[in-house]
Every structure is written in structure tokens, then in C-alpha cells.
Ligand binder design. Structure first.
Ligand code: ZN
Length: 134
């Protein structure tokens, strides 16, 4: 079951500069900066109610974020939905033949288990589902 929008991921060129803007705009401090080596990104998080804003900067030219920005410029990169049980949600999506990027959950920022659904299946929006480990 999907419970809420966990976060919106925004691809940025300069994390420090973007943190300054969003801290000012949202009126809240960035509460975590974390590097996810596996995905070659550095992330910064802000809380907006139950939802978070996740800024993403690529840490190498091989980073999916760097490639995304080269192709499409800065902007919304993905939307993440919180699910109560990621494994059963993935099973459900597979049964419905929905095209996935990750068929098994993997470790994302903030210790969440995450999996991406292919944008071809979601009207062009890279979609993440995530949950706390079960
Ligand atoms: Zn995310």
C-alpha cells in the first residue's frame, strides 16, 4: 500500500548553492547531507510536512544525475512514494507486468530500501518506491 509522497528528487548542478536557495525558500534548514556512493550522488534533504525535498548532485561524470542534467538540464528527477512493504509492492508490480528498473529493493539514502519503476511505465516520470527495512 502506498501511504504518501516520501520525497521529490531534484537534480542540481551545485548542491551547496541549491541548499542555500531551498533553505531560504522553504524556511527550513537542510537536515542531512549524504553521499550515496552506490549511485554516485550527493544528496541534501529538507522536510516539508510529511514529504521531503531531496536535492541530488552527481559526484562523477558517470553519475546518472550528471547524465540526466547533460540531457535534460536541472529539474525534477524523480518522485518517491512511501510504501508499507516494498517487497510485496514489487511482487504486485511484477504480477501486473509493470516495467521496473529494480526488480529487488536496494539500499538508498537515509537507510531506506528503494526500487525504481521505469519511466516508460509511469508516463515519463521516474518513480521510486521506498520503505523502511522489514
Ligand atoms: Zn529518491
Amino acid at each position: 500500500m502506498i501511504t504518501h509522497i516520501e520525497h521529490i528528487g531534484i537534480a542540481v548542478k551545485d548542491l551547496d548553492q541549491s541548499i542555500k536557495f531551498y533553505e531560504d525558500f522553504l524556511g527550513t534548514k537542510c537536515y542531512a547531507v549524504e553521499e550515496v556512493a552506490d549511485q554516485k550522488v550527493k544528496t541534501a534533504f529538507f522536510k516539508v510536512g510529511e514529504t521531503k525535498i531531496e536535492l541530488l548532485e552527481g559526484t562523477s561524470s558517470e553519475s546518472p544525475i550528471t547524465k540526466f542534467i547533460e540531457k535534460r538540464g536541472e529539474g525534477i528527477h524523480h518522485i518517491a512514494f512511501a510504501v508499507d512493504d516494498i517487497k510485496s509492492k514489487l511482487t504486485e508490480l511484477k504480477e501486473k507486468n509493470i516495467q521496473l528498473i529494480d526488480s529487488e529493493p536496494r539500499l538508498g539514502a537515509e537507510g531506506l530500501q528503494i526500487a525504481f519503476i521505469h519511466p516508460k511505465a509511469t508516463n515519463g516520470v521516474l518513480t521510486e518506491i521506498c520503505s523502511h527495512e522489514k
